[in-house]
Write a protein that binds this ligand. Structure first.
Ligand SMILES: Cc1cc2nc3c(=O)[nH]c(=O)nc-3n(C[C@H](O)[C@H](O)[C@H](O)COP(=O)(O)O)c2cc1C
Length: 228
């Protein structure tokens, strides 16, 4: 199929498409960007500063980026405490946010003075890690200890630096509540993870009835340790 004019579909009236160029504004009541790229898993990131003061904050610009070695990343729209801490210590822990931890996760997004621990504010239990000096959240049903591999400052397409940093870290240890593993397979829905949706307070909860399966095309590549 050939589209006749740049950006226009001959079968669809331009009246039916909301088109915008982000540098000129979106023209809507609420920026649709993160409502379209949704839902997003939440990186609930624990970190500590060199004085040993703890920090915990949610980041939904978060995902997994590599299998071997496993690499996670979260992005901060400005130089926040979590980025400051991981830049100084080179370590962080990712903690899973499940439905029952939603309210507490939300409390950890409050702007607190640097050095004030969100663990305390949200009434969460600190458990020491094995390979990093940053603790995990005991109430989380899965957690991953990470060592920072890169901190990348974002640029626009013209190559100019902008506000925004991506922190990437290699996962060096993983903790999973055994009740989430059935016949050797981690059961995503059993944990009821929550994900960030679009507007202000929107979230999506993963439940068993929302899951479905789709086989990949024959011959498509899977990392050796991923399938079976
Ligand atoms: C669910 C959720 C997701 C968030 N995602 C991000 C994000 O991806 N990037 C970001 O910069 N801030 C994000 N925030 C806001 C930060 O959590 C908030 O600014 C927090 O105070 C940062 O903490 P810190 O300064 O201790 O790192 C999010 C908040 C919530 C509630």
């Amino acid at each position: 199929m050939v589209i006749q004019k740049a950006g226009e579909d001959p079968n669809v009236s331009p009246e039916d498409i909301h088109y915008y160029e982000p540098s000129n504004g979106h023209g809507l009541r609420h920026d649709p960007f993160n409502a379209i790229i949704a839902p997003r898993p939440i990186g609930w990131i624990s970190s500590r500063n060199p004085k040993g003061q703890l920090n915990l904050a949610p980041y939904s610009f978060f995902n997994a980026f590599n299998y071997d070695p496993p690499i996670l990343g979260f992005a901060s729209i400005s130089w926040k405490d979590s980025v400051q801490n991981v830049s100084e210590t080179g370590e962080f822990v990712w903690n899973l946010v499940t439905k029952e931890l939603g309210e507490q996760m939300n409390k950890t997004a409050a702007p607190l003075a640097h050095g004030v621990s969100e663990f305390e504010i949200a009434g969460l239990t600190v458990v020491p890690s094995r390979h990093v000096s940053v603790p995990r959240v005991r109430e989380s049903r899965a957690a991953m200890e990470c060592k920072v591999t890169e901190i990348i400052r974002f640029k626009n397409w013209k190559g100019e630096t902008v506000q925004g940093w991506l922190v990437l870290g290699e996962v060096v240890a993983v903790y999973i509540d055994k009740s989430l593993i059935k016949d050797g397979v981690y059961q995503t829905a059993l944990a009821n993870p929550i994900l960030r949706a679009g507007r202000g307070g929107d979230y999506v909860e993963v439940t068993e009835d929302r899951m479905f399966e789709m086989e990949r095309p024959a011959g498509s590549s899977l990392p050796a340790f991923h399938g079976s």
